[in-house]
Design a protein around this ligand. Structure first.
Ligand SMILES: O=C(CO)COP(=O)(O)O
Length: 241
């Protein structure tokens, strides 16, 4: 049985004070329990410590947005899996298209980070997806299959979440048609050795389209950017019918 995983990715948003105010608004609105749905907040590193104390035992898991592949060392500006694990982080977003595009992340470094995350007991949320140009030239499937093949070398698929995020749908308001997202997610699943890996959709998910997205049989959850910044709106998403 595949788990439902509903995650917010705050990206570079919210100071500690803002993150606490979000949690105050969000927790009372939460109607689901971890037995039914896994709810995750992937927040900036600076918010993790303060939120760990507030989310513990409240039915919301804590996630980071990146992790380095070494355990420790002279890597200025980086954060290790041990550092995240110690403060109660359970999930970590890896290979987001923004990191691949703006910070030189490659399939090789994504693979290093995935394995390091698992070594430290963190569940990676691996992001894959095509650009508009790749979609228009019929390369959606080949691009995603290539990402999966390289990113997943040596990765334990029993401790993994995948997010299908078409890059053209991120932050644009242009959601991928839910039937099409369902089709691509089915293809991603066909490449996995473990059929229980939850596969999310990400890209302009909003309270207004969550029901339609979650009605698709292959889609096991969502990775939400902009709409996860608003406590009431994100609560509506995770409480979908
Ligand atoms: O990149 C995303 C989540 O990781 C999606 O962002 P938006 O929901 O803002 O389109």
């Amino acid at each position: 049985m595949r788990k439902i995983v509903l995650a917010g990715n705050w990206k570079m948003h919210k100071t500690q004070a803002e993150s606490l105010s979000f949690v105050q608004g969000f927790l009372p609105e939460l109607k689901t329990t971890p037995a039914e749905r896994t709810v995750v907040l992937c927040v900036p590193f600076t918010d993790l410590g303060v939120l760990a104390g507030k989310l513990d035992g409240k039915g919301v898991s804590l996630g980071a947005q990146n992790v380095h592949w070494e355990d420790q060392g002279a890597y200025t500006g980086e954060i290790s899996g041990a550092m995240l694990n110690e403060i109660g982080v359970e999930y970590v977003v890896i290979g987001h298209s923004e990191r691949r595009e703006y910070f030189g992340e490659t399939d090789e470094t994504v693979n290093f980070r995935l394995r390091a995350a698992q070594k430290h007991g963190l569940i990676p949320i691996l992001c894959v997806g095509e650009t508009k140009q790749q979609r228009q030239s019929g390369e959606t499937e080949s691009h995603i299959f290539s990402q999966l093949e390289k990113d997943l070398v040596g990765v334990d698929q029993s401790q993994l979440v995948i997010a299908y995020e078409p890059i053209w749908a991120i932050g644009t308001g242009e959601t991928c048609d839910s039937v099409e997202a369902n089709r691509v997610i089915g293809l991603i699943r066909s490449k996995l050795s473990n059929q229980d890996v939850p596969i999310q959709y990400g890209g302009s998910v909003k309270p207004g389209n969550i029901d339609e997205i979650m009605a698709q049989p292959e889609i096991d959850g969502v990775l939400v950017g902009g709409a996860s910044l608003d406590a009431e709106g994100f609560a509506r998403i995770v409480n979908y019918q």
